[in-house]
Design a protein around this ligand. Structure first.
Ligand SMILES: [Zn+2]
Length: 412
């Protein structure tokens, strides 16, 4: 191995020592907090010690650059995030940042100069835990989010985003200066824990991500008739909850029927009115999250769900109102880079699987501005966003070594 696992472990240890313990168990390093600031400052210090020049953009993304022999060539970029959810784990995000820094340190060790420049990126505020907005830093960088949409946002404690940014040294009126649709990158790589059970269950060392799933979210309001639970015979009822129950099971069945297209669907919430024991439910609202890696097959599943909803409406004489909540486009990653990573796993004698990502990542926005790929390593039992999140150091070492080889191939 060319990378130094002890040095990498040391980096994990010192960054993960920076934590807001007031939340209790696990890692709680929320974006734009004093803990986030301290972790970023330490990371920048380590980058400078490794000889990198550091730039921070107007939304707080960090770019640490190692110059190439031909500085005008497009850079090879790689990175991830340092912020965490509340009560999260020690590996989500930080792996891609510190793994990237270790790749650079290992090149320094061996005095390897690359032809292309290298750029290590820390995307700010990847997790949605603070503002209910995920991948905030990369969205602003990739031009998908700006001042108008953000200015009214508050965090989960109802603090204004402008005030939070101000305390962090960011001027909310100027965040769009971070927009960079032509970053002069040849490619972008993100190594991340899988956050799902496939690699661990199948004992596969590396996941090469083919595509990143995106959600279509909607609510279904089922309107029936609230009636006396004692005096209304069964045949006279229009029970909104029973109708909703059929819809919930239909959503599950349709997702299972479309599993070959990596479709998943979840009814994550169900509210019932009036919600008392002695009244037949008059109204029920479901929140449905439907995901897929291919827009067409995901929307085919959506059409099947709509057909089932119509059937339930007719059979149970209820009315269903559907409200669209989110419609994101799945992202296909770059075939050339997928093939490059897959062939480098063979060089290192690692088993791999080409697989989709069910979770969103900064890479899905980067994919719109430059060729992008992702490497997954196993998550024990697929657990993530949880203090029990765990990946073996052996898997981390192999994943980061693979990242190094891929970067070197790209950078010559
Ligand atoms: Zn992450």
């Amino acid at each position: 191995m060319s990378i130094n696992l002890d040095r990498l472990k040391g980096l994990f240890k010192e960054i993960n020592a920076i934590n807001d313990d007031s939340f209790g168990e696990g890692m709680s390093r929320l974006a734009y907090t004093p803990q986030d600031k301290a972790a970023r400052e330490l990371f920048i210090k380590r980058c400078k010690e490794a000889g990198l020049s550091v730039r921070v953009d107007a939304i707080g993304n960090i770019f640490a650059r190692r110059e190439g022999n031909e500085p005008n060539l497009p850079a090879i970029a790689f990175g991830s995030h340092l912020d965490t959810v509340i009560n999260g784990g020690q590996f989500d995000g930080i792996l891609g940042v510190l793994g990237g820094l270790e790749v650079i340190c290992s090149l320094n060790d061996e005095n390897i100069k690359t032809k292309h420049p290298l750029e290590l990126i820390v995307f700010e505020c990847e997790e949605s835990s603070r503002f209910n907005i995920a991948t905030l830093g990369s969205k602003v960088m990739c031009g998908k989010l700006g001042y108008e949409k953000l200015k009214e946002v508050k965090d989960f404690r109802s603090q204004e985003i402008g005030e939070i940014f101000g305390e962090f040294g960011i001027d909310i009126k100027r965040i769009e200066e971070a927009k960079n649709l032509e970053p002069n990158y040849k490619s972008f790589f993100e190594i991340h824990i899988e956050q799902g059970p496939l690699l661990d269950n199948e004992k596969i060392q590396i996941g090469v991500v083919s595509a990143i799933a995106a959600p279509h979210r909607f609510s279904v309001r089922v309107i029936g008739q609230p009636q006396h639970s004692g005096t209304t015979a069964m045949k006279y009822r229009n029970d909104a909850l029973c109708a909703a129950a059929e819809i919930i099971l239909a959503v599950e069945k349709i997702a299972k029927d479309n599993a070959q297209n990596s479709v998943v669907a979840t009814t994550g919430n169900c509210s019932v009115k009036p919600g008392v024991m002695n009244v037949v439910p008059g109204e029920t609202t479901l929140l449905v999250d439907l995901r897929g890696i291919n827009l067409q097959t995901r929307e085919e599943a959506y059409e099947q769900i709509l057909a089932e909803i119509s059937r339930v409406e007719k059979e149970r004489v209820v009315k269903c109102e559907i409200k669209q909540l989110a419609f994101d486009t799945p992202c296909k990653l770059n075939d050339r880079l997928i093939n490059l990573i897959a062939s480098e796993t063979k060089v290192l004698n690692l088993s791999h699987e080409i697989m989709p990502s069910g979770a969103g990542h900064d890479a899905m926005h980067m994919a719109e501005i430059c060729p992008t790929a992702m490497i997954f390593i196993p998550s024990k039992n697929g657990i993530s966003h949880n203090p029990a999140e765990f990946s073996k150091w052996d898997d981390i070492e192999k994943g980061v070594e693979l990242l190094r080889n891929v970067i070197l191939k790209e950078a010559e």
